[in-house]
Design a protein around this ligand. Sequence first.
Ligand SMILES: [Zn+2]
Length: 149
Amino acid sequence: MDGLTKIWDGIVSSFSGHLHFWQVIGWMGNCFFVTRVLVQWHASERRREVVVPVVFWWLSLFGSWCLLAYAIFWKRDLVFIFANAFNWIPFLRNLMIHRQDARSRLRCQNCQQSLPKGARFCLSCGFSLESATSPVSTMETPQRSSSLT
Ligand SMILES: [Zn+2]
């Protein structure tokens, strides 16, 4: 209980005076990390399955960079620096993998649903994708099948 009191006193005292720039960065890092957990939890509750939305990795990346900067420039503590020195690498890599996956996906020509590569029909509307082999592009215009409209 004494430890919790010290932590609480530290939080209160860091807000009671003026916050240094690097303390603001450190608190932003904490906010990113708390927000990423809430976002991931919300997404999983909505889908009723464990989901990791892409914004989770962005929040993780920014949070880890903020905490690394705080550790280097304000805390100047090797334990804090080491704790945040490398964890941004898998966050960045997951974003790269997600981007590659998104580019390789197909888009249903009927309902614009994003589909895994190799899909032969739309999982959402049942539209046949036998002729749709081009990757997802934001510049594509919807091409509706006249037989289904
Ligand atoms: Zn479809």
